[in-house]
Design a protein around this ligand. Structure first.
Ligand SMILES: Nc1ncnc2c1ncn2[C@@H]1O[C@H](C[S@+](CC[C@H]([NH3+])C(=O)[O-])CC(=O)[O-])[C@@H](O)[C@H]1O
Length: 328
């Protein structure tokens, strides 16, 4: 499988061509081509070799509406196939988002991403029949859940090519042309792109150096009346406050702005979102984010102060995440 081969994305583009977003099919294809021409990761060929080596599996039920996305059945995979599948998927380590399942092989990722989905799924506009954009979608775990919740089409974008390869591994077995992950950052999208029914930005805002511009960009991507689902690191305080960590935050180098929930609401209203509401505020626990067999690196338990887990090891408030929705 060659990620730079645009025919990989054609089945999705063919579906998009039947929507009001049809005028952007060609500009999106050009954006993917230009992004991949400009930079491919040094490990891309190794990841592509892993994708090419994925074993055939017995048929199963495609499951997109339960915690573990993938192929389900009562079958126990033959030991040789299970070993081969595990080793091949491990070539795409670290698996940060999940869980996924391949018959009886369970891929337990660093994050219990299903928990976040459960916190927001019933609070947002129904996705049935909607054309959805997921900005910074990672390996596409949520894109599958959005399709499982009835979305007509889901376009994820993420510039991290490993995550795009992880998506292709799942797509290899799920075979659903209505869902894709394009190897793009938000800055690579055609400037006039607009018309999505729902746009998700989850875990991205605090990585942006210009968070208000990020919110404004998200608004232009929506059709009038479309819904933004914003999930981000936040501070638990009633006043408008913003933490700009002087250095790392929970060991992450690229955290710029962590607003209070109150500040987030004001930012969204100032940028013209209507019916802004906070649907969830939850502290991230070490049960939700932790190292597993599929993610061997350090994780949240290593990034909290052992003497006071309400603080990061740098002394900041420990991670708390808010989900805020609003309409364009
Ligand atoms: N310029 C960019 N444009 C778009 N995406 C970007 C950019 N730069 C980095 N990313 C991507 O943004 C994602 C942030 S993670 C959230 C994943 C998922 N949404 C989740 O909610 O679990 C953070 C977290 O785990 O909280 C990564 O996949 C990056 O590659």
């Amino acid at each position: 499988m060659d990620l730079t081969d645009l025919t990989l994305f054609q089945p999705f583009f063919a579906q998009l061509a039947h929507t009001t977003l049809a005028p952007w099919v060609e500009p999106l294809a050009v954006a993917v081509r230009e992004r991949l021409a400009a930079r491919t990761h040094g490990d891309l060929m190794r990841w592509e070799a892993a994708l090419a080596a994925l074993p055939d599996l017995p048929p199963g039920r495609v499951v997109l509406d339960q915690a573990a996305v993938g192929l389900q059945s009562d079958q126990v995979l033959a030991p040789a196939i299970a070993t081969h599948l595990r080793a091949t998927l491990m070539q795409l380590h670290p698996w940060r988002k999940g869980p996924f399942c391949f018959h009886d092989l369970h891929l337990d990722a660093e994050w219990r991403s299903d928990w976040k989905w459960a916190r927001l799924a019933d609070a947002i506009d129904s996705l049935t029949g909607r054309v959805v954009l997921d900005v910074g979608c990672g390996n596409g775990y949520y894109a599958w859940r959005m399709r499982g919740a009835g979305a007509r089409l889901v376009m994820g974008i993420d510039p991290t090519q490993l995550f795009v390869c992880q998506f292709r591994a799942i797509q290899h077995y799920v075979q659903c042309p209505e869902v894709t992950v394009l190897p793009l950052g938000i800055e690579d999208l055609p400037p006039s792109l607009s018309g999505f029914d729902t746009v998700f930005s989850m875990g991205v805002l605090s990585h942006r150096r210009s968070p208000l511009d990020h919110l404004a960009e998200l608004r232009t991507l929506l059709r009038p009346g479309g819904q933004l689902v914003l999930e981000t690191l936040a501070l638990d305080c009633a006043e408008q406050q913003v933490l700009v960590p002087p250095d790392r935050y929970a060991q992450m180098r690229n955290i710029w702005f962590i607003p209070s929930v109150a500040a987030l609401v004001v930012w969204m209203k100032r940028l013209g979102f209507q019916q802004v509401s906070v649907v969830d505020v939850t502290r991230t626990t070490i049960a939700e984010q932790r190292a597993t067999d599929w993610m061997h690196f350090q994780s949240l338990p290593d990034h909290l102060n052992p003497a006071d887990p309400s603080r990061t090891i740098e002394g900041h408030p420990a991670p708390l995440r808010a989900v805020v929705i609003g309409r364009a």
